[in-house]
Design a protein around this ligand. Structure first.
Ligand SMILES: [Zn+2]
Length: 286
């Protein structure tokens, strides 16, 4: 496949621009160059491109996504999913305390384990995921606040087929901060494990430059540490420094251990709330 060359724009595209440029970067509209091909879902020869504008890596337009999500939102090779929930719990707990964030939405929250764990520690978290059943967070998909303080999106960005529109949706919550995770692309080769072509779900790989462009577009400041990405509005220097420390691998590991020792009052509070709700429903049916 031949890359189409267009004039590079230094900004993240808006929706209308995105529709016009079919063979350019789906994030910034920059020119893209074919780097290599991988077999996706065991049968599709898919070309991966590098963008000269935002320096990200992207697949060709992903036409296989329905198939990729047909069986499960979790890839069968994603054996790290459970530990990742505990790590994300520790990071979110720390950041929510630092930013005094009470109301949280977990985008792409899967089966709801993180949402449930956060609620156990009285963080008012709700979940959204169009591909998954919220087994652990049943009853907590319709949030009870007008806008969240914190939006979570762990291992979500790399799934976005159209980052321009998908990021618009994500940032339209207009929270104080967004805590996200994805592996940053920095010219890894075609054997990079994060490409995960066998699952077909990873279709866009952001560079640090792309992250800075996104922060600039939506007017947030960017804090990155390991593979956590925090977008935060008007942070003080102290807040930025605090976030950087809290998201360090060693600190997250320490928090994991501390949190396990804390009481979990949210379990009984939510139990009472859900029981009350069920009673109201059955009374209204009588
Ligand atoms: Zn780009």
């Amino acid at each position: 496949m031949t890359a189409t060359t267009v004039t590079h724009t230094a900004n993240v595209l808006d929706g209308a621009d995105q529709l016009e440029h079919k063979n350019t970067c789906r994030l910034c509209g920059g020119s893209i160059t074919a780097l290599f091909s991988k077999t996706v879902l065991g049968k599709y020869a898919v070309t991966y491109f590098r963008c000269s504008g935002c320096l990200s890596l992207l697949t060709e337009r992903p036409y296989w996504l329905d198939e990729a999500y047909r069986e499960s939102n979790l890839s069968n090779a994603d054996t790290g999913a459970a530990q990742r929930n505990l790590r994300n719990l520790a990071a979110t707990y720390g950041i929510s305390k630092l930013l005094k964030a009470k109301n949280v939405i977990d985008i792409g929250g899967g089966d709801g384990l993180l949402c449930r764990l956060l609620r156990d520690y009285q963080i008012n978290c709700y979940l959204q995921d169009k591909y998954a059943t919220p087994t652990y967070a049943q009853g907590f998909t319709e949030h009870n606040f007008s806008s969240p303080d914190l939006v979570l999106g762990f291992e979500v960005l790399e799934h976005y087929p159209n980052p321009t529109a998908d990021l618009d949706n994500l940032f339209s919550y207009n929270p104080r901060a967004l805590l996200l995770s994805t592996c940053i692309y920095s010219d890894q080769n075609k054997d990079w494990w994060y490409l995960a072509p066998e699952s077909g779900q990873h279709v866009f790989f952001y560079s640090n430059t792309a992250m800075a462009m996104i922060a600039n577009k939506y007017r947030y400041e960017l804090v990155t540490c390991s593979d956590f990405i925090l977008f935060v509005k008007n942070p003080s220097l102290l807040t930025k420094l605090g976030a950087k420390i809290l998201l360090r691998k060693s600190v997250v590991r320490l928090f994991k251990a501390i949190i396990a020792l804390l009481p979990t009052p949210g379990i009984s509070i939510d139990h009472a709330f859900q029981t009350q709700k069920s009673k109201k429903v059955s009374l209204s049916l009588e």
